[in-house]
Each structure stands twice: as structure tokens, then as C-alpha cells.
Design a protein around this ligand. Sequence first.
Ligand SMILES: [Zn+2]
Ligand SMILES: [Zn+2]
Length: 317
Amino acid sequence: MIFYFSTSSKEKTKVRKLIKNKFDISEFGDEISSEDFQSLEKMGLLDGANLWVIPEGTKLLKTYEKMNIGDYVLAYVDGMYKYYGKIVYMMKNKKLAEKINTSSLTKISECIFFVDQFKEIKILREQFNKIYHKDDKFIPRGLYNIDDKIENLLREEFQLINPALKTNDIVQDNYLVENLNKVINTLGEDNIENMISQMSDEEFEEFINSFDSTASIQTKEGLKKIRKYNNEIIDNLKKRYNNRCQICGDSTVKDFGVSIVEGHHIEKFSINQNNKPENIMILCPNHHTLIHKCGDSIDLKNKVVKYSNGKEEKIIL
Ligand SMILES: [Zn+2]
Ligand SMILES: [Zn+2]
């Protein structure tokens, strides 16, 4: 899960300092329980770690209880998301929190978390809102977790996390990946896209049951996960493009109240590369069919689609 927290403009300088500083907490040995001390020593966090503290407040504390080691945090300072890291250790220690908080921010709570893989980033509020699908004017306040649904997209978009970790439990299993890619190859591109974005859950269930003999239960489960993951990305992209075709800009939503755009995978669909937003285009059914029948190349950088008869079309969105 990703959490974000924001700071008031009054305190941004202090907060920035606090966030960026590495603390040598070996000198606070007396304040830390021997259990915590040993764990931190083992992790190599004693003589230099980014320690983040949060202010007092019931709401903030409630969110802190939801945070876990392994989660990520984004800090919003000064109109943008500026700092990012992984939570590697957490502890409650009022005395230590107060010592860290030398710049005397507003009342600090006992909650401390240790941040590793600390990165300075730059995600503008507008950019974030575009993906997060909050209102344009949405300004983060307090400490919150980001909706699961958009987490992957956000990670992808800003490469916050090693892309290899995306489908996590799937990509870590080489045997399964190989197997899934075999199944995907035999299914063919059209079937894959259909399976991912158009089939109802029942149809999909029926569909994967139909290749019983070639696929193990594990492979089926893998396909289910991939479908879920890809649907989320495609849904998010559809929202981002307002359900309009990226080539002709058409949308049926205004006139008919329904969206008929589809997700198209630019490069051949396979595990490890299938799930990048930059490999997916949102198209109306006509352009989608056209590209499958006589598309030659898609050049996203120069925003041009070339067809086999030599015709070209611009990608307008
Ligand atoms: Zn179109
Ligand atoms: Zn397609």
C-alpha cells in the first residue's frame, strides 16, 4: 500500500529538513528498548536512517495503525509530492520522536517509522490528480492510504517501484511465467485482449475452463490475476482519456451514456511487459479492428499510427 502525507505550508521548511535528515540513533540507545535496538542493529539502521514522525491527532493515528512494514510513503510538501520511501521499521517511542523533532513542529505523536530507499521525486499535484481521479483541485491533507486500484498505475507512471515487482507473486515464479506465456501465445492476441477487457466474469470463467487439458490450476489462477491487474490499468486509462478513442477522439458516453472504447496492447502481450500503461492504447472499436487488420506500426513518441497501405493517422490524445 502507498500512504501519502502532507504538511502545512507554515511548517514545510522544518518538515523538509526532518524528512531529508538521516538520524544517528545509536546515541539514543537509552531511549530504545533492547528489542528494537537489536532489530535496528541487524538492519543496519542504527547509525543513519530516515526517521519520519507524525503529529498528534486521532485521525492520523488511525491511519498509522493501518501502515505496515513494506508499505510505501509519499510526502507532499510545497504543492508537490517530493519524497518517497519504503517503510522498513516502525516503533512507538514518544521520547525518541521528540528528540528527532528538534525543529519543534506542532505536537508530535509517539509514532515513528523508518524509511529506506529514500528518493527525492517530483510529482506535481495536477499530475497526481489526473491519475488519482480526484477532483482537479484536490489537495492532500493529513495522512491517508491511496486506493489499491490506482496504486499500480501510480507506481508505473512514476516508476516509484522497480517495475519487475508489479505483478509481484506472478513474476517471481519463473516456471509460472513461462507457462503463462505459453498459454498466452496459443490464445493469440485477439483472444487475450478480449479475455482481459471485454468478457464478463462468467464468460472469462467459462473461457479458461475450456482449455482444461493444457493449463494447470496455477496457470488459470495466474491468468485471473493478470486479467484483474490489466483491467484496472485499462479502466484507469479509459478514465484518463475520458472514454475517448486516442486516434479519432470519439466517445459514445455523451450521446448514449455508455462507453465502448477498448484497450489495445501495442506490443505483443506477454507477462512482464503486458501491464505497462505505455503499452496500452484506448481505441474505439473501429480503430481497434483496423489496427488489428492492417495496422503497421504505432509510434507513440511521434504520435503516429501507420497502416499497411501507407496511410497514416495522428494519435490525438
Ligand atoms: Zn477511433
Ligand atoms: Zn488490440
